[in-house]
Design a protein around this ligand. Structure first.
Ligand code: ATR
Length: 282
C-alpha cells in the first residue's frame, strides 16, 4: 500500500521505458513487505533530476545511460571504486547527502565467481564502453590478467591504460582467447532483435574457458550457445543484472536483498519475451 510513509526509489535514464529495474526492485520490496516503491523517470536534464532527488527526499536512484558519468558532477560524495570506474549507476540519499556508487563491477564479479575463481586468471574483455570499464576495474582488483579488445582500438588503449591491463588491441587480436581462461562480451552484439550474431568465432572457444556474455535478452545468446557446445562454462548476463540490482536494493533499504523473489520476477519477464534492450540494462 502506497501511503505518506512510502519511501521512493527510482530509475533515471533515457530511455527507460523497457527497463526491468522497476520489476526487480518492486518484487524485492513485496517479498520483504517493506513500504518502498520504485518508479522510472525518463530524464533529459540530469542536474535538475538530481535536484529533484534532494527536493523530494527520494531515497535512492539507479542511474543509467546516458547519465552515469555526468551524474558525478551533481552528487556530494563518491564511493572510491565508482570514482575509479568514472561512472555511477546508483545514488543514495542520506538526509540530503547524495553518495554515488557503482554496483556493475560487483554484480559482474559475483556472477563470474559463481562459476570460476578469478585470481591469477587471464581474461579477454571485448568492448570498451561503460560496462567494460566497470568490469575491468573489478577484474584488476581481483588480480586478473586482462586483455582489452575493441572494435575501435583507441578506446581499448584508453581503457587498458586506465586499469593497467596486460594487453589491448582491435578485434583482430581475438586469437588471444586461445590462451585465456575467461572471455567476457560487454558489447550489445547478440542482443534482440539481432540474435544470430557473435563477435567471437566458434572455433576460438575451448573447453578451459569460462564465457560471460553481459547481454541478457535473449538469455541464451549465440555466444553462450556456441560456448556450451564447445564445452565452456557459461555465465548468463541476467545474473549481472540481478546482482547489481540486489546491491542497490541493499544500499537503498539497508536490508538483505531477497534474491530468489527478485530473480524469479526477472526470469519470468525474460521468458515472457519482454522487450528489454541493451540500453535499458538496469
Ligand atoms: P555500455 O555502457 O553498455 O558498455 P557503450 O558505452 O555504448 O555501452 O559501449 C558499447 C561497446 O560495444 C563499445 O565498446 C562498442 O565498440 P566501439 O567503441 O567501437 O563503438 C561496442 N560495440 C557496439 N556495437 C558493436 C558491434 N556491432 N561490433 C563490435 N563492437 C560493438
Amino acid at each position: 500500500m502506497i501511503n505518506a510513509d512510502t519511501k521512493i526509489c527510482c530509475l533515471i535514464g533515457n530511455p527507460v521505458e523497457h527497463s526491468l529495474s522497476p520489476l526487480i526492485h518492486n518484487a524485492g520490496y513485496q517479498a520483504l513487505g517493506i513500504n518502498y516503491a520504485y518508479v522510472s523517470f525518463r530524464v533529459s536534464d540530469i542536474k535538475r533530476a538530481i535536484e529533484g532527488i534532494r527536493g523530494l527526499g527520494i531515497r535512492g536512484a539507479s542511474v543509467t545511460i546516458p547519465h552515469k558519468v555526468s551524474a558525478i558532477k551533481y552528487i556530494d560524495k563518491i564511493d572510491p571504486p565508482a570514482g575509479e570506474i568514472g561512472a555511477v549507476n546508483t545514488i543514495v540519499n542520506d538526509d540530503g547527502v547524495l553518495t554515488g556508487y557503482n554496483t556493475d563491477d560487483d554484480g559482474a564479479l559475483k556472477a563470474l565467481e559463481e562459476v570460476t575463481t578469478l585470481g591469477g586468471k587471464k581474461a579477454v574483455l571485448i568492448g570498451s564502453g561503460g560496462a567494460a570499464s566497470a568490469i575491468a576495474v573489478g577484474l584488476k582488483a581481483k588480480g586478473v590478467k586482462l586483455v582489452v579488445l575493441n572494435r575501435t582500438e583507441d578506446k581499448a588503449i584508453k581503457l587498458a591504460e586506465k586499469v593497467n591491463a596486460e594487453g589491448f588491441g582491435s578485434l583482430k587480436k581475438l586469437s588471444e582467447i586461445s590462451s585465456a581462461d575467461i572471455l567476457i562480451n560487454t558489447t550489445p552484439v547478440g542482443m534482440l532483435p539481432k540474435t544470430g550474431r557473435s563477435i567471437t568465432p566458434k572455433d576460438l572457444l575451448h573447453n578451459r574457458l569460462t564465457v560471460f556474455d553481459i547481454v541478457y535478452n535473449p538469455k541464451d545468446t549465440r555466444l553462450l550457445i556456441e560456448a556450451r557446445e564447445r564445452g565452456c562454462a557459461v555465465v548468463y548476463g541476467y545474473k549481472m543484472l540481478l546482482y547489481q540490482a540486489a546491491r542497490q536494493f541493499e544500499l537503498f533499504t539497508g536490508l538483505k536483498a531477497p534474491l530468489a523473489a527478485m530473480e524469479s520476477a526477472l526470469t519470468q519477464a525474460l521468458k515472457g519475451g519482454r522487450d528489454a534492450t541493451h540500453f535499458d540494462r538496469r
